[in-house]
Design a protein around this ligand. Sequence first.
Ligand code: ADP
Ligand code: TYD
Length: 212
Amino acid sequence: MLISFEGIDGAGKSTQIQELLHALNARGVEVLTLREPGGTAVAEKIRQILLESSHEISPIGELLLFSASRAELIQEVVMPALASGKTVILDRFFDSTTAYQGYGRGIDMEVLRSIIAISTCGITPDITFYLDLEPEEAMKRKFSKTSIPLAFQDDELDRMERSGIEFYRKVRQGYLDIARINSQRFVWINALDSIAVIHNRILALLKERFGS
Ligand code: ADP
Ligand code: TYD
């Protein structure tokens, strides 16, 4: 089974993935968790290029780099893991590309569709948990646990996060559209709920849909 988590930066994806990993491991389910971009030696290098805040990358260059990282991860790790019967949890997958490069950067959706088809080898998640949060709230969360003075917080942002609040508003709007269009696969979750409430909802949904 392939489960993906989506949402803007700081929505709570990694937190929920850790909770789900523990819950599934406790039941004896073999789980592999992976994050995009990254997950192989080459893909991690591409991640560094993409997120290094001093780099300037064109929208198409950015799309191709995210897609190259994905192609590596899918072929080297995800396909073999699924073939051996493991449950794979992805912290972001191709819906991130549609939301960020499509709705955020404005790349043509037909171009995206064909590149996504190539980079994923046609693999689609069985279920996608979308954690919905306003960009302002996500930024507050990101900095709530740091002691960095407000004036210096910009230095802490990676290249994507430097794209600004308007960009993140478009990305969030994109996710809401994607969730509506893919209503069978997508589960909309209010990311303002507590960590425990969200975790229990995810467990209940997995039980309801897949009996596990
Ligand atoms: P993401 O992986 O989507 O970037 P994280 O899981 O790293 O998000 O969470 C970002 C921050 O928000 C972390 O400090 C985390 O502890 C906190 N957080 C996660 N989920 C919640 C929640 N439901 N309510 C409040 N804070 C949360
Ligand atoms: P990461 O730190 O992994 O995400 P988060 O902050 O949510 O924990 O950073 C990955 C960044 O790359 C994030 O800003 C989303 C972006 N991204 C894209 O723009 N397109 C993509 O296809 C993927 C996978 C990620």
